[in-house]
Write a protein that binds this ligand. Structure first.
Ligand SMILES: Nc1ncnc2c1ncn2[C@@H]1O[C@H](COP(=O)(O)OP(=O)(O)OP(=O)(O)O)[C@@H](O)[C@H]1O
Ligand SMILES: [Mg+2]
Length: 359
């Protein structure tokens, strides 16, 4: 049986899904030695990271997993994201293999066949980048996870625009049939990511480049501004932007520097959020001066949890705006549904082939 996998490799976090689980973990990896001496021992208790080896870097071991940011010193974490030639970068490809291995490990098999739907920032789909990534992903990957070798044969790869996933997930029924409306109408999707903000317009599920753009600013820029303001405000010598991010995620709007020191930043959030929304609206007005041609708007991406309400007020299209359910996972859900459709097609093709040979 071929398995359906979907992977959305974001600037901040990897989101991935199979029939067994939904995986969310930082888009960062580290060398095994960053764990420090003896730290792999059981003394450390529960942890949520694993050790991986890939044929891409023979003789090297890497750590990756949900806990990686808590377990590894900031300076030892290797981000997989660069604006320059990201998809050729070794770390980016390694991370893709580790995600494949992680999903595959749930099936308790030495080798499995996979249909993969992966997604990229929209302006990179259907470029050389996309072609290179596809040819890297397709075929056999041999990855060692915690000492056990896994063989993953990727038999089919599709690479889609990230925000397309939200249009699909919001417009598919339980039988994975796509709503007729979305196949003819024109929608603009705002995807608020950690490092980018995407404004994408689709007509009949096809992206219209002239009515779309990718801003290279995202939620991280908001966190950074708040961190600077808080440093100034509280006289603290250092506040990391990830401490601001964590405060948003917990919902308590405090920066947890230590058990003793945890200043609130709630009074500092409105300015950066409003400025951010204004910048996105200004961009929108430049690329789509006449909004009358748009049938509706979608708000998605994890950042919708942070800027969603402010952005909706700034957009002033309340009746025509839909906020994706579970925005951080909405793109992934749509791409996963597509992977299931592809998997079923392959199954029925194989059945037909078997039937034909019997005749
Ligand atoms: N429930 C939540 N509450 C608060 N913040 C959240 C929540 N879920 C996600 N976020 C934040 O939203 C931001 C964007 O997350 P998302 O996973 O969409 O970004 P990404 O896909 O990694 O980035 P990019 O799209 O730029 O590549 C992150 O900073 C994340 O921490
Ligand atoms: Mg994203």
């Amino acid at each position: 049986m071929v398995k359906a996998f979907a992977i959305d490799l974001g600037n901040g976090q990897v989101k991935a899904r199979s029939e067994k689980r939904i995986l969310i973990a930082p888009s960062m990896i580290a060398n095994e030695k960053a764990l420090g001496v003896g730290s792999v021992s059981n003394l450390e208790g529960e942890h949520d990271y694993n050790l991986y080896e890939s044929k891409l870097k023979i003789g090297k071991k890497y750590v990756w997993g949900r806990d990686i940011k808590e377990r590894i010193a900031h300076s030892d974490l290797m981000p997989t994201y660069t604006h320059h030639k990201r998809y050729e970068s070794a770390n980016f490809r390694l991370l893709f293999e580790f995600v494949l291995a992680e999903l595959a490990s749930d099936f308790n098999k030495k080798s499995i066949e996979v249909v993969l739907v992966a997604s990229l920032p929209s302006d990179e789909v259907r470029t050389d980048v996309d072609k290179d990534l596809k040819s890297f992903l397709k075929g056999t990957h041999v990855i060692t996870r915690n000492g056990s070798e896994l063989v993953i044969d990727v038999v089919d790869v599709t690479i889609n625009e990230q925000p397309l996933g939200t249009l699909l997930s919001e417009n598919m029924n339980d039988k994975k049939q796509i709503n007729k409306n979305v196949q003819t109408k024109t929608y603009t999707v705002f995807d608020f990511g950690a490092g980018t903000s995407i404004i994408d317009t689709y007509r009949g599920l096809k992206r219209i480049p002239e009515l779309s753009d990718v801003l290279k600013t995202g939620q991280n820029d908001i966190y950074k501004q708040i961190a600077t303001a808080l440093k100034h405000d509280s006289g603290l010598s250092d506040v990391q932007y990830s401490q601001i991010e964590d405060g948003f995620r917990r919902g308590d709007h405090t920066a947890k520097i230590s058990d003793r020191v945890h200043p609130s930043f709630g009074h500092l959030v409105d300015g950066p959020i409003d400025d951010f929304c204004e910048a996105v609206i200004t961009k929108l007005n430049t690329i789509i001066p006449n909004r009358d041609i748009i049938d509706g708007f979608y708000i998605t991406g994890g950042g919708a949890n942070i800027v969603g309400d402010a952005f909706k007020s700034a957009l002033q299209e309340h009746d025509a705006t839909i906020e994706a359910a579970e925005p951080q996972l909405a793109n992934l859900k749509g791409h996963y549904n597509l992977a299931i459709l592809k998997r079923d097609q392959i199954h029925s093709m194989r059945k037909d082939e078997v039937a034909a040979t019997k005749e």
